[in-house]
Design a protein around this ligand. Structure first.
Ligand code: NCD
Length: 301
């Protein structure tokens, strides 16, 4: 694995070996050390958990981390980022963790990069993909529910604009979960799906689900013709006590964060006994350790 850009570039075996490695890291207090590896974070979009999680993951593996503050730079085009990366690579940085609002930019950068020792990691590109989030979500589901092929999984919310949902969909397709329901009001439904079934009925979607994944209402991504009244959203789609009662009694409740509390998820659910939201955050560090290690080891092959 030279780059980590999209779930559909991973085989089922690679997915499980990342999960197993991450679960192994979770049980250890001493980790392997890769002090020669230099990792730069280039976040052109806001982030708390993903950026910190990658940085902690690199630090745990004794990699050198360089956090580049791009927040106030002029909005970059592919070419400019490409120059930035070449400049940093000339200084010996090998791994670039990139978040950008432009769909498929990490892939474009990877395509233009001919040095085998450079690794591009997609930390979220536009509405397209967020593969490390999907991997940490899978890890959390395996940890809590064990056999993915026996599960009914429901994703609820603004699926059309969600890079998390996109990557999860590919992940669930690759590991062949038993049933995947994608629940959203019509304006937020995906235009087409390769896996899973789309419904606008929360009751149908959640019925007997083992795993319920809520998504953030991404107000910043909605065009004027894609608005959906939030009071109405709460009434029909929010993860409330009454609504999650349609899922199995031992269903786990997930959310990638950041959450709009009391909009798409009630606080009593987010903080309740079925919630594994903080487990997701915790697992994120171990999963990103597994990802960074795998990329770093690719140099030695
Ligand atoms: C997500 C993201 O940025 O794509 N958050 C995250 O990385 N955990 C989801 C979101 O923004 O709603």
């Amino acid at each position: 694995m030279q780059h980590f850009i999209d779930i559909n570039q991973l085989s089922e075996t690679q997915i499980y070996s990342l999960i197993n490695r991450a679960l192994y890291f979770k049980t250890q207090s001493i980790y392997p050390k890769y002090p020669q590896c230099k990792v730069a974070s280039l976040f052109y979009e806001n982030s708390t958990r993903t950026r910190v999680s990658f940085e902690l993951a690199a630090t745990n593996l004794k990699m050198q981390t360089i956090n580049i503050d791009l927040q106030h730079s002029s909005e970059s085009k592919g070419e400019i980022i490409f120059d930035t990366i070449n400049t940093l690579a000339a200084m010996g940085i090998q791994v670039f963790v990139i978040r950008h609002k432009q769909n498929e930019l990490p892939q474009a950068i990877a395509n233009g990069c001919h040095d085998q020792s450079i690794h591009i990691v997609n930390a979220g590109d536009g509405t397209h993909a967020h593969p490390s989030q999907a991997m940490l979500d899978l890890m959390t589901i395996v940890e809590k529910k064990t056999v993915l092929s026996q599960l009914k999984i429901a994703i609820v919310g603004d699926i059309r604009h969600s890079r998390v949902a996109n990557s999860l969909l590919h992940a669930f397709e690759r590991v062949k979960v038993k049933e995947l329901m994608l629940i959203a009001p019509e304006v937020w439904q995906p235009e087409s799906v390769s896996y899973g079934r789309v419904t606008s009925s929360l009751q149908e979607g959640l019925s007997q689900a083992d795993v319920v994944i809520g998504l953030r209402v991404q107000r910043e991504r909605l065009e004027s013709n894609e608005q959906f009244d939030l009071t109405c959203y709460r009434k029909y789609y929010a993860l409330t006590r009454d609504h999650i009662a349609w899922a199995k009694a031992d269903a786990i409740i997930m959310h990638p964060g950041p959450m709009n509390r009391d909009i798409e998820i009630d606080s009593e659910i987010a903080d309740g006994s079925q919630s594994v939201i903080l487990d997701q955050v915790k697992n994120g560090v171990f999963m990103r350790m597994a990802i960074l290690e795998t990329l770093q080891l690719a140099n030695q092959m």
